[in-house]
Design a protein around this ligand. Sequence first.
Ligand SMILES: [Zn+2]
Length: 637
Amino acid sequence: MKYYLTTPIYYVNAAPHLGTAYCTFAADLIKKFRLMQGFDPVVLTTGSDEHGQNVERAAKAIGITPEAYATSVAEEFVSQWKKLGIDVDRFIRTSDPSHYETVRDLFERCQRNGYIYKGSYTGQYCFHDELYVTEAKPGDPCPDCGRPTETVTEENYFFRLSAFQDKLLELYDKNPDFIRPDYRRNELISFVRGGLKDLSITRTSIQWGIPAPVEGHHVFYVWFDALTAYISAVKGQDLWPADLHLIGKDILRFHAIYWPAFLMAAELPLPKAVFAHGWLLFQENKMSKSRGNVVRPAPIADVMGADGLRYFLMREITFGQDGNFSYDALIERYNADLANGLGNLASRTLTMIKQYRGGVIPESDGAQDVAITARATVQQTIDLFDRFEFSRGLEIVWSFISVLDKFIVERAPWKLAKDAEPFSQKLLDETLYTAAESLRIICGLLWPVMPQATAKIRAQLGISTAAADLRLADLHWGKLQAGAAIGEIAGVFPRLEMKPTIQKIQELEIAEKARQDAILGKKPAVEPDRISIDDFAKVDLRVGQVLSAEPVKGADKLLHLKVDIGEPQPRTIVAGIAEAYQPDQLVGRRVVIVANLQPRKLRGLESNGMIVAASLEGGKPVLAGFHEEIPVGARLK
Ligand SMILES: [Zn+2]
């Protein structure tokens, strides 16, 4: 039986980060677990959502085509997933011509069935950024530039979403597993019960998109285009419908309302399930590009291996709920569970087999009490993984690791090894076989979670079969071959020192950010130069009073001022304020003067200081002044 699963088709306005890696890691875990369960083929799709105004603008800003821009970001996604050891089967780009066909086909099917109509869309538009601000009310500012948005109406095509309220509720009712977890399902049902509005699915204001098969210039808008990629990725391969769409909770409505409605309208099969995971929080906030609190996965993978990161995310966070990410917690858990836990069990087991049995797995059935615990561990973990309760499943595996640690200490093989009695030697065989066989089973169970690290340990145990061929039946007790030689022993999870490790990751993070920013065409953020209080104190700002003001011959913008700043002689100052102030407006007025500026000559007149005025770029200058009485010569500080 086939199993087809997807991650979201990630939007190319941001480079891959820990949030997108989290979802894609989980998808790879589920893929591997379904393979172990015997599904065949198991196909994982991810991809890049490339159209729309944001991409158009980002490309324009760096002077390249939207195609070229989207290509470089899509390539970054592909190479990141590879680097992180994620085994993707299909990478669909929404700019792929075969995807254009799928989207048009979906539209025409919906149209034939009477679910498309032409209407007018009214929204709040920012003319500066050339985009609609969704969910804004008239007069609301644009979130990008802060300018007020304007109400704009354009003609476009609508999808009759309102016709699907009852059909969707029936779908959720008949298929309780369609939306998971349960708490999100309940939220969504009450949202749909509140009524659904028809959906505008084309735009005339966008260039970079899939042209709709209609008269005039209309391109498909966001979801009608992006969601359909799940079908395009496996067209003609007997894999649709998807068995699982794995997504973040912020896009649940689109996947659980729009998407099944589009498919019902087109009379196409619906996906079996949508699972919405929570957000990764960093410093208490959702990790996002706009907050600037993004953590990138590659620097962590460089320092502890991608599997260490992957294990942490799956163990630390209850899949489905929000969870906190912190470097401290990452390294603490790595050291406790991987370096000291699994890594230590592997190295002591293998070292003892090498020392006491010449590197050959001894003959034994193993200790029966441990075999029973192993069977229970396998069963419970499989059940939990099957329900996507990865954290609890891993907890069960680690309690088995503690059982083994205790077992080894109690058996004290280092004492048995010194005793030549046949009974002791038999007990030593049993102890070593039990530890090795448990380790083999643990590595099998953990393969979907840590594919690279478990493959290394399996090789050290002398197992030559490929991990991809692992099936649940391989987790039965007693499959470890006695008489087989173990491989070369090497530590898989070296212990990490907290401070230097975090420092190293953060250094790599800076370089990684710069590398990704270059792909996105962003200029490196320049830290604004801060000045110290001493720097500020160097500027001698004084209250002055204008005694006289005259135009400067041949210079429209300049005024020639005499200003009393409490010194024996008034200052001569030439100021570029003639377009904003008449000379007689200024006489007697209190102003602010930079008193210690080096003298300079303007139009043959010496200027001894500068008058302080404020203006926006290109705007008219407004002189600084005071609301209360202030004596001439007072210093500003
Ligand atoms: Zn704007």
